[in-house]
Ligand binder design. Sequence first.
Ligand SMILES: *[C@@H]1O[C@H](CO)[C@@H](O)[C@H](O)[C@H]1NC(C)=O
Ligand SMILES: *[C@@H]1O[C@H](CO)[C@@H](O)[C@H](O)[C@H]1NC(C)=O
Ligand SMILES: *[C@@H]1O[C@H](CO)[C@@H](O)[C@H](O)[C@H]1NC(C)=O
Length: 278
Amino acid sequence: MKSQFLPETPFPSVYNILLLILFIQFPSILGNNTEWYTSCTNLFSCGGISGVDYPFWGGNRPQECGHPGLELMCEDSTPTIEIMNVKYRVLQVNPGSQILRITRNEFAIKDICPEKLVNTTLDANLFEYASGYVNLTIQYGCPSLNIPVPAQIACHINGITYQNVYVVPGAQGPGTCRASIFFPIHSTAFGGITEELSILGQVMVSGFEVRWKVDSMQCNECRNSNGRCGYDLKSNQFTCLCPGNQASGRYGCTSTSSDENSSPHESMVVSGTHWFTC
Ligand SMILES: *[C@@H]1O[C@H](CO)[C@@H](O)[C@H](O)[C@H]1NC(C)=O
Ligand SMILES: *[C@@H]1O[C@H](CO)[C@@H](O)[C@H](O)[C@H]1NC(C)=O
Ligand SMILES: *[C@@H]1O[C@H](CO)[C@@H](O)[C@H](O)[C@H]1NC(C)=O
């Protein structure tokens, strides 16, 4: 009965060839742990920021060196990051406090008339606002009422001219105006803005601070065991890239006799708990 399948025997050999290509060719084309260990040693530098490590990738750091949502780009010596399809300029990176200072890319150039009308929203899985930030709304194309916070300026946005611009606290809609956007500002800047709109331009250029939520505990353990922090794109989680021919893993690298700087105690981590061997 099964002999009727015998003419198909050439096919397994075709699969064998495909498997050989997959398992032998692709690792050498796409990179392997040893290569990632080496390339994740590269730090991201661009314009005014330098030495940026995990959880960021981009530039000379392959995707395996950081969280998928945290790609840094460098355009004309300007470091940028895209969050919820909006491009931000990166002004500062503070790994210790896990804080990024960013500004809407177009605001940094054009003050309060953006290129596109888009509300500033964060990816809540990755970021949260640093403390002290509140929303501010700019309304465009407003009726010329005698309200204390108007700007008799025109914004040309996407081929449309909006005559009057108003600033109102909180995250609001356009109300009686034609369009609106909201974005975060530090509460200490609030008073000045409502008195003088030109301050708003300065506040927008100086940007705002967000905290990245990626847990640093595993990465610290990894570094302590001589590993480099990386990201396993297949299992979609943190991985520790290890030196030599060691396999990568989630909880740091196993110490060898040549790893004199690493503490063997710290490589023993079970579910986030340290187990000290005495
Ligand atoms: C990883 O790539 C390097 C450089 O191409 C190669 O020398 C090494 O043998 C590879 N290791 C594995 C485990 O495939
Ligand atoms: C601004 O408002 C939006 C939408 O209500 C909210 O998600 C965000 O957290 C607010 N931002 C700040 C800094 O409070
Ligand atoms: C921003 O959010 C407000 C409130 O949710 C909404 O009314 C407004 O249309 C939004 N602006 C843009 C440009 O999407």
